[in-house]
Each structure stands twice: as structure tokens, then as C-alpha cells.
Design a protein around this ligand. Structure first.
Ligand code: GDP
Ligand code: MG
Length: 362
């Protein structure tokens, strides 16, 4: 196997395609008839959950023929809907994100909302198509007719997690869900950052987390709009209260992007289903402030633009590497670098030369 140190995502895509084409490129198409874009569009419009699931599976596919249908669907359904709320929930593994979403989702249903949950957890294990942990933690919510829970493996999709999630949010909204919750670990993983796809971000913490606030990456704290200290129950309740004070003091040092917003720090117990109302009121407070300052639409427009910029670069890279000359030049240079014959600076220079030559000859 050729080692590609720089483009790991790209390599995964390329290699998986290679394996598929090595067996039989039309294998899947011949055994199962591909459903049309109209089938998905109609199913989403009639709020059919089964079709929504099929549509998200379609979005996860890297196969060009499926991608084409997915794009036809995405180009037909609305991409902006300002009556929906997109919530990002991040936090280290084990803080209780999935348990919290189970309690919060059920609370939202009691308030006549229809929540859809996209759980993208790189630490989750995939087993028989579902992700262990997340769905079991969201047992009641998963089974509820007014909710939709979709765990997705991260990194397995074309263009990275955020591209897939952005599209999945769009189809969930088209499928009749008005509150979309995205669960990610979001700690230091650039492709799992949800702040470019959601309206409001919640950082989930657990009692004691305030002790190491200095160690928490500045970016993560800065991207949060609401802090939730979960597991504020039983013997940990007192510690949770102290953690709340530490956070309240610490976040005063950070400047929030939205003028006038002071990040609330809320105690919850997902296990005892406590604090859900306060979290929801804070979310509504934040959304109302964004709307009042006419920032909600501009935030989403900016996210669209940013997404376009990021995705076009990813596409550009993929298209470039479809060219054999570019691919072999890259492999050759990597090879020379690993055997110590070439410095990165000259490899970059040579690669750029080869690329320019190719483009100018087109
Ligand atoms: N005591 C207590 N435990 C909780 C609470 N929320 C979650 N947990 C436990 O924390 C562990 C991790 O929860 P999980 O929801 O999978 O965390 P995630 O990795 O952030 O999604 C599980 O054992 C949960 O039962 C809570 O509010 N109180
Ligand atoms: Mg989880």
C-alpha cells in the first residue's frame, strides 16, 4: 500500500472506490434497483420516516450514481427553513451526551416539537449497521413516532462529517422535523466541528470539569453558546454546583460573538431528567436574540458560504487526484521523501510545477 501522509480522507475514499471497482462496479446496482430522486422527494414531503432513513443512507454513499441522485434530491428540497432550530451538542466521550439527548428529546416532544437526532461519534463502534451505545442510550426516543434518531459513523462519508451532516440536517427538516440535534465529540476534530452547521451550540460537561478549564481548548469553549453541567445528581450534586461557579467565572474571560449574550451555565441530570426546561428556555433565548439582531439568517448564509468554500476545495482535490499523472507524481514524491531523498519544500515545489503544467495543457 502506498502511504499518503497528507490526504487521509481522500485516500480512504480512493481506496474504497478502488476495492469496489476491483470486484464489480455495478454489483449493487444490478441486485437492487436504485430508487429515483422523486421517490425520496415525495417521501420526505409526506414526512415518511422510512424514506428519511433511506435518504440519509443515500447521502452516506460514495458511489457516483447514488451521489447523483442525492444531489438531485438536495437541489429540489428547500435548503433554508427559519422555523427550525439546529442544535449542536458536544462534549468529551462519557459526559452523557446521548443520555442527555434522550431526556431532552422526550422533553421537546412533550412541548409538541418533532426532534431529529444525528449522532456522529467517532469513538462509537459500528455493529451490524448501527452504532453501539448511542441508540441504546436513546431507546425511548428512537422508538417514538415523533422523533428520529440516526447514528452515523464519522469519516466514512465523502467530504467529511460536516458535509454529510449539513445535508442530513436539510433532509431531516424536509422530512418534517423542526428541531435538529447534532451530537458530536467535537473535541479537537476539525471535521466534527458543529459550529458551522448549527444555530446554537451546547457544551456538555460533568462535575469537576471546571478544575481543568485552563486545559480545555479555547476554541471549544469559545464556540459554545450554552454550558451544561450534566450528572448534577446524587453524590456529585455539590461538586456540580462548584463546577458551575468555576465556569461562570471562567467564561467571563471569553468574548461571545453575539453582542449581549452571556453564556448561561446550567445544571442538569439527564438520568433524572432534570434541567431540560431551563436548557430549552436558554436555547429559545439565544435564538430570539439572534433573530432580534437579524443574525440568524446571516449566520446560516455565512455557514452556506463557508461550506461552499470548504467543499469546493475538497472536490478540487478529489478531481485533481483522479488524474493519473497527478496521482503518480504525488506518490513518487512521497516515496522519495520517505526514503530521505527529498525535502518537503522541494517536493511541494515539484508537485506544484507538475500540477500547473497539467492545468495549462488542458
Ligand atoms: N449519574 C448520572 N450519570 C449519567 C447521567 N447522564 C449520563 N450518565 C451516565 O454516563 C455514562 C455515559 O453516558 P453517554 O450518554 O453514553 O455519554 P456520551 O458518550 O457523552 O454520549 C453512562 O453510563 C450514563 O448512564 C446523569 O445525568 N447522571
Ligand atoms: Mg454518545
Amino acid at each position: 500500500m502506498v502511504y499518503f501522509p497528507i490526504f487521509p480522507t481522500f485516500v480512504t475514499v480512493m481506496e474504497s472506490n478502488h476495492h469496489i471497482s476491483g470486484i464489480n462496479p455495478h454489483f449493487k446496482v444490478s441486485v437492487r434497483k436504485q430508487k429515483s430522486a422523486d421517490y425520496y422527494i415525495h417521501g420526505l414531503k409526506s414526512h415518511n420516516r422510512f424514506v428519511l432513513s433511506e435518504c440519509i443512507t443515500l447521502l452516506e454513499s460514495n458511489l457516483p450514481e447514488k451521489r447523483k441522485i442525492a444531489e438531485a434530491v438536495l437541489n429540489t428540497i428547500p435548503f433554508q427553513n427559519d422555523t427550525t432550530i439546529r442544535i449542536g451538542i458536544t462534549g468529551s466521550p462519557g459526559v452523557g451526551k446521548s443520555t442527555f439527548i434522550e431526556a431532552f428529546g422526550l422533553y421537546l416532544i412533550s412541548q409538541q416539537h418533532r426532534p431529529a437526532i444525528l449522532a456522529i461519534d467517532p469513538s462509537s463502534q459500528i455493529n451490524k449497521g448501527s452504532i453501539l451505545g448511542d441508540k441504546t442510550r436513546m431507546q425511548h426516543l428512537s422508538a417514538h413516532p415523533d422523533a428520529y434518531v440516526r447514528p452515523s459513523p464519522s469519516g466514512a462519508v465523502l467530504g467529511g462529517t460536516s458535509a454529510f451532516t449539513k445535508e442530513a440536517i436539510q433532509v431531516c427538516e424536509a422530512g418534517g422535523f423542526d428541531i435538529i440535534i447534532v451530537e458530536t465529540v467535537g473535541v479537537g476534530q476539525s471535521e466534527t466541528e458543529v459550529d458551522h452547521i448549527t444555530d446554537v451550540n451546547i457544551l456538555l460537561l460533568q462535575p469537576g470539569a471546571g478544575d481543568d478549564i485552563q486545559g480545555i481548548k479555547r476554541g471549544i469553549v469559545e464556540n459554545a453558546d450554552i454550558f451544561v453541567i450534566n450528572k448534577a445528581d446524587g453524590p456529585q450534586f455539590e461538586l456540580a454546583k462548584q463546577t458551575k461557579v468555576s465556569y461562570k467565572n471562567a467564561i467571563q474571560l471569553f468574548h461571545h460573538d453575539v453582542p449581549g449574550w452571556i453564556c448561561p451555565v446550567i445544571l442538569t441530570s439527564a438520568m433524572d431528567k432534570k434541567g431540560m426546561d431551563e436548557v430549552f428556555q436558554s436555547i429559545i433565548g439565544f435564538i430570539n436574540l439572534l433573530k432580534k439582531k437579524e443574525l440568524l439568517n446571516s449566520k446560516r448564509k455565512y455557514q452556506e458560504l463557508r461550506w461552499f468554500e470548504r467543499q469546493s476545495l475538497i472536490r478540487l482535490k478529489e478531481i485533481a487526484f483522479e488524474n493519473n499523472a497527478i496521482k503518480s507524481t504525488y506518490q513518487q514524491l512521497s516515496h522519495e521523501m520517505s526514503s530521505g531523498k527529498l525535502s518537503a519544500t522541494s517536493a511541494i515545489h515539484q508537485f506544484e510545477e507538475a500540477f500547473r503544467k497539467l492545468i495549462h495543457n488542458l
